[in-house]
Design a protein around this ligand. Structure first.
Ligand SMILES: [Ca+2]
Ligand SMILES: [Ca+2]
Length: 442
């Protein structure tokens, strides 16, 4: 499955660019949900907290917590990976500690037609989870899911007691990056997701964190009934069979109960064909029947057209839904400062960009017009030590009675009179007549 970065568009909103959001929407697609091989539906995804770099911290600023231990940030770095929460983050160092405290974020702009939310995230359970009880919940608007299995470090084998972050020692093992799933019936265009801690001691003793949250907004669910379900992949924790996912992602269970690898166009599937995908693989999109290849350099798309991309391969940037060579994105276009995946223009598509980044409907002579990629430019054409004359020529000096004008880093040599019907005198004055014995020159 492909997970995408910032500023992507949402097909269900008529291809319109959304305001800059630190979570992303992807286009309409078939959705898979690993715990539910019977689940086949169309909808779209919202993704959050996926980055491995400082962009994660940008996402984290959109989350809030009921309480944060004094001096801590809402995120932490666990063994080199950013997670929301973690050691010494949530709650208080004194009683009451953190049971009931939670992280939350509200997402807006969801389609009004959906009826179901599926979600998945990577769960991190750090240190002294000792089942006293310690567990976590997820709440989506009015529904709280409490059913997740919990573990006690006391029941883990020595080999399972891995140290990743937080405290060290046999009482403080860390169960990290556990893929966790759930679903809940949901309608309405906003959604508040809460990750609730039910750890009964403080976050320097036992803590939770999470990252890589995807919310699947399902338009036409084929699965109804239970409002919650879950399983874990992979797990060091012993789970009953009802908690286990059947086959690994990218495989399906055939009639002989064997896990078989999907077609290469599928990231998950219910059969062998390209028309039996739950979800398309990277570089493929769903065309209504099967998963078909995206255009070249495009690793995720909403269709086969070159302007239907929302993620590009390395060396290319997203520019108005096209993949363009990174080297083609030059000033005043700029590369998105966070994920470095898109080439942005400060102006609307039909506007000119001036050197200083301002936008206008036209380009005033003697500035010259140009194009970078498909963006219109208004260019100062002279070198830094030259003057741009009123007639478009570049010269190394601006001789009197012409007048110099500095405008930011641009230097002009202006003809100070009306361009027709006026004469410029040696002293810089203008007149409609050139009196004898002076003679007009051009
Ligand atoms: Ca405890
Ligand atoms: Ca630890």
């Amino acid at each position: 499955m492909s997970f995408f970065k910032l500023l992507l568009f949402h097909l269900l909103l008529s291809h319109a660019l959304l305001p800059v959001l630190s979570y992303y929407f992807t286009g309409t697609k078939l959705l898979s949900f690993p715990p539910y091989p019977q689940f086949l539906s169309q909808g779209y995804e919202i993704g959050d907290l996926y980055s491995t770099d400082d962009c994660f911290l940008d996402d984290a600023t959109s989350w809030s917590a009921t309480r944060i231990i004094s001096g801590s940030t809402i995120y932490s770095n666990c063994g080199g990976t950013y997670i929301l929460g973690g050691y010494d983050v949530l709650g208080s160092l004194s009683s009451p500690y953190q049971a009931g405290d939670y992280f939350s974020r509200t997402y807006t702009g969801l389609s009004s037609t959906h009826t179901m939310i599926y979600f998945t995230f990577s769960m991190w359970q750090l240190d002294s989870w000792n089942g006293s009880p310690d567990y976590f919940q997820v709440a989506i608007d009015g529904v709280t899911i409490t059913g997740w299995n919990t573990f006690s470090y006391g029941s883990m084998t020595a080999a399972q007691k891995v140290q990743v972050c937080g405290l060290s020692g046999s009482s403080y093992p860390d169960v990290t990056d556990t893929r966790t799933f759930g679903r809940v019936a949901h309608t309405g265009t906003s959604l508040t997701f809460k990750m609730i801690s039910q750890c009964d001691q403080d976050s320097t003793n036992e803590s939770l964190g999470f990252r890589e949250l995807t919310i699947y907004v399902v338009e036409t669910p084929t699965t109804t009934g239970a409002t919650q379900a879950f399983c874990r992949l992979p797990s060091v924790i012993s789970l009953g069979t009802t908690w286990q996912c059947s086959c690994s992602e990218g495989q399906y269970l055939d009639s002989t109960s064997t896990c078989v690898t999907c077609d290469s166009s599928c990231s998950s599937c219910f059969g062998a064909g390209s028309n039996q995908c739950y979800e398309c693989a990277d570089n493929y999109s769903f065309d209504g029947t099967e998963c078909v290849a995206c255009s070249s350099h495009c690793t995720a798309c909403s269709g086969t057209g070159s302007d239907e991309c929302y993620e590009c391969e390395s060396g290319y940037l997203l520019y108005y839904n096209q993949c363009v060579l990174s080297s083609a994105c030059i000033s005043p276009l700029y590369i998105d400062g966070c994920d470095d995946t898109s080439c942005e223009s400060p102006c609307d598509e039909d506007e000119y960009i001036y050197n200083n980044g301002t936008c206008a409907d036209y380009c005033i002579f003697p500035l010259q017009t140009g194009v970078i990629l498909d963006t219109l430019l208004c260019i100062y054409p002279c070198a830094s030590n030259e003057y741009l004359y009123w007639d478009g020529v570049c010269e190394s000096s601006c001789d009197s009675p012409l007048t110099t004008r500095n405008q930011a880093a641009e230097v002009y040599c202006d003809y100070g009179c009306a361009s027709t019907g006026e004469y410029l005198y040696w002293d810089g004055s203008c007149s409609t007549e050139c009196n004898s014995p002076l003679e007009p020159v051009t």
